[in-house]
Design a protein around this ligand. Structure first.
Ligand code: ZN
Length: 135
């Protein structure tokens, strides 16, 4: 597969409002907006860094994946996302290599990207996301 770059780091927070200032006022990043993806019960706030992004993730519901993550492990880096040229081909390649996937097929994430998660059991404990963007 062809990984182009780190697309973003997903950071689980209890409150985007409370955590935002560190990334903007302290580190000097710009806040590029937020988007709620209801299907994943998450609101994502974007902070571009070079050609990549920091994404703060706040759960919209106590039973969402981000809320469950914080419950188990506290706030912090929840996943790392790699941008790939062709996500369908990447998933086929991973399946052929026997890698356990959370998403067998891509779904639509924030910003209309095609995304899919690998299972942390297959990656040494890290939640890895693949994403493909048209732009
Ligand atoms: Zn992500």
């Amino acid at each position: 597969m062809n990984i182009l770059k780190i697309d973003h780091l997903g950071i689980a927070v209890n409150s985007i409002d409370e955590r935002k200032n560190f990334w903007t006022d302290v580190l000097g990043l710009s806040f590029a907006g937020a988007e709620t993806v209801q299907e994943q019960k998450v609101t994502t706030a974007f902070f571009p860094v070079g050609g990549s992004e920091v994404e703060l993730l706040e759960s919209t519901s106590p039973d969402g994946p981000v809320a469950k993550y914080i419950e188990k492990r506290g706030e912090g880096i929840q996943h790392v996302a790699f941008r790939v040229e062709n996500i369908d081909a990447a998933l086929e390649e991973l399946k052929a290599k026997g890698i356990q996937l959370i998403d067998q097929k891509p779904r639509i994430g924030a910003g209309g990207a095609k995304i899919a998660f690998l299972h942390p059991k297959a990656t040494g404990g890290i939640l890895v996301e693949l994403c493909q963007r048209d732009s």
